[in-house]
Design a protein around this ligand. Structure first.
Ligand code: BG6
Length: 255
């Protein structure tokens, strides 16, 4: 029965790669909308994949969120010191400390026995504040390293949910609604076609940085994120998506 199920998931993965037109899809069984424990499996599958793709001097960028928090949580502890470096992919302090990118980056680095850098920068900066922060030596240093990120592991959110989690103003919410934003990743909001609608004003990787990163791993589960996943997969063909059966089946019905 298990082999049959495995074969079924394999078929789903191939179908989703074709449908979304991306390089690789990994699917874990179940639907995290119905069973929260599935997020743990997503964390495990992602941490295995990260370890598989690590290179000697990997510079890993990671975003915040509950999914990324599980990735760091499920990463096994390595004892052999490595030169790899983990950074938060973008500023923004998020809703609570456990799901902040800084915290997740530090935890992941410790588990992998590597190094980390933190970025203490809030979301929604004014132009002046941004310029001032970029002239601070410690921040400039992290920003420069960020340009060399060669592996990005990121969460994918629904635009509406992320807008309310981040307490956006009515004007921004209206703009996102009117332009039919469906997805959010690394502070950028996109419509179903993957067209950018808005981005938060903070320091970190931009859409053009994203397009130039060698190893891109997007992670999101639950059928409620189907549309958001479709949108983000339009950004780059050469990416890997790690998702669950719930999201995969929903996508294959609606693409
Ligand atoms: C945020 C990331 O913290 O988590 C976002 O910065 C991402 O880019 C979001 O969309 C996803 O959150 P979750 O909790 O659904 O994994």
């Amino acid at each position: 029965e298990q082999i049959h199920r495995f074969k079924g998931l394999n078929y789903l993965e191939k179908s989703l790669e074709k449908e979304l037109n991306i390089r690789k899809v990994i699917i874990v069984p179940g639907n995290s909308d119905e069973d929260e424990l599935i997020l743990k499996d997503i964390g495990k599958a992602t941490s295995n994949y990260i370890v598989d793709k690590l290179e000697k001097n990997s510079i890993i960028g990671i975003t915040g969120g509950t999914t990324m928090a599980q990735v760091a949580e499920e990463m096994p502890v390595y004892k052999k010191k490595s030169d790899l470096l983990v950074l938060p992919a973008r500023g923004g302090l998020g809703e609570n400390v456990e799901t902040q990118a800084n915290n997740i980056a530090a935890k992941l680095a410790q588990k992998l026995c590597g190094n980390y850098k933190l970025l203490h920068v809030p979301d929604n900066l004014s132009e002046e504040a941004m310029e001032a922060l970029l002239s601070v030596k410690e921040i400039k240093e992290v920003v420069d390293i960020m340009r060399n990120i060669n592996m990005l592991v990121f969460g994918i959110g629904r635009a509406d949910i992320m807008a309310s989690r981040r307490h956006f103003s009515d004007d921004v919410v209206k703009h996102l609604c009117e332009n039919r934003a469906v997805a959010e990743s690394f502070g950028h909001y996109f419509n179903t076609k993957g067209k950018i609608i808005w981005e938060t004003n903070t320091i970190g990787i931009s859409l053009s940085d994203f397009k130039n990163i060698k190893t891109i791993i997007g992670v999101a589960s639950g059928e409620n994120k189907a549309e958001a996943i479709i949108s983000i997969c339009r950004l780059k063909e050469d990416m890997t998506l790690i998702t669950d059966e719930g999201a995969a089946k929903k996508i294959l019905n609606i693409v």
